[in-house]
Design a protein around this ligand. Structure first.
Ligand code: ZN
Length: 230
C-alpha cells in the first residue's frame, strides 16, 4: 500500500508534469522518450500518452516487458501473404491456402482491416486482394504505389471468374475502382462487380456494420451497370 506521503508525492509529480508538459520538461528523460513514442500513435495526444506510460510504470515489471516484447515480435515477425498481401505469419495466408475457399472469386479491399470486416460478415467465401491504399492523385499516390499489378497478374494467371470491388465509397475509392476496371478490361471473361451501395454510401468499409456490409456483398452488382445508369 502506498503511504499518504507517497501518494502526495505522486500528485505533486503529476501536477508538475501537467503544468510543464507543453515544454516537455519531464522529470526523467526515459519518461519523456516513452511519452514521445506513445504520442506518435494515431489519436494519442501527449496527455493520454503520459497517462498510458504512468499506467505501465505502475504494472509489474513483467507486464511492461511482455507489452514491449509483443510490439517487437509483431513488427519483426509479421509478414504479408505473397498472394493477397493480407497480414500473415506464413508466406501464404490461411485464407489463400484454405482449399474450401472459392479461389475463382477475388474481393479487392484497401487494407487488412477491411479483410477482417468482410470476414466477420461470413458472406464472402472467396479470396482477397489487399491493395494497401487507394489511388489519390492529391496525395501523390498513383497506381504503381498500390498492389494493382499483382492483382492483374492473378487475373492473368487464369481461374478467376469474378473480381469484387469492395473499396470505400469515396472519391479515392471511385478512382481506384475505375482504374482497376480499365486494367482488367483485357479479361472480358472475368466479371467485375461492386458492393451494393445502400445505407453505406460515403462510409468507409471499416465503419459499416456487419449486417449492412454482408447485405451489400450479397447484393453486389456489375460494375459496368453502375456507371452506365448514371
Ligand atoms: Zn493470402
Amino acid at each position: 500500500m502506498k503511504s499518504a506521503h507517497e501518494s502526495d508525492k505522486m500528485t505533486i509529480f503529476a501536477h508538475t508534469i501537467n503544468k510543464t508538459e507543453m515544454e516537455q520538461e519531464f522529470a526523467s528523460r526515459l519518461l519523456e522518450s516513452a511519452v514521445s513514442e506513445f504520442a506518435k500513435l494515431p489519436g494519442i495526444g501527449r496527455k493520454t500518452a503520459l497517462r498510458l506510460v504512468l499506467h505501465l510504470l505502475k504494472q509489474d515489471e513483467q507486464e511492461a516487458v511482455s507489452f514491449g516484447e509483443a510490439i517487437i515480435k509483431l513488427r519483426r515477425e509479421i509478414r504479408y501473404c505473397q498472394v493477397c498481401h493480407n497480414i500473415s505469419e506464413t508466406e501464404v495466408c490461411p485464407i489463400c491456402s484454405n482449399p474450401s475457399r472459392d479461389a475463382s472469386t477475388i474481393c479487392v479491399v484497401e487494407n487488412v482491416k477491411d479483410v477482417m470486416s468482410i470476414e466477420n460478415t461470413h458472406q464472402h467465401r472467396g479470396l482477397y486482394h489487399v491493395l494497401g491504399g487507394l489511388i489519390s492523385p492529391m496525395d501523390g499516390i498513383g497506381p504503381a504505389d498500390i498492389e494493382v499489378d499483382s492483382l492483374e497478374e492473378r487475373v492473368k494467371a487464369g481461374g478467376i471468374k469474378e473480381v469484387i470491388l469492395a473499396l470505400s465509397a469515396t472519391m479515392e475509392g471511385d478512382t481506384t475502382n475505375f482504374y482497376i476496371f480499365r486494367r482488367l478490361a483485357p479479361y472480358p471473361d472475368v466479371k467485375i462487380t461492386i458492393l451494393a451501395r445502400g445505407v453505406s454510401v460515403g462510409n468507409e468499409i471499416e465503419y459499416t456494420d456487419e449486417l449492412t456490409l454482408g447485405r451489400s456483398i450479397l447484393n453486389r452488382t456489375l460494375f459496368s451497370d453502375t456507371f452506365h445508369k448514371e
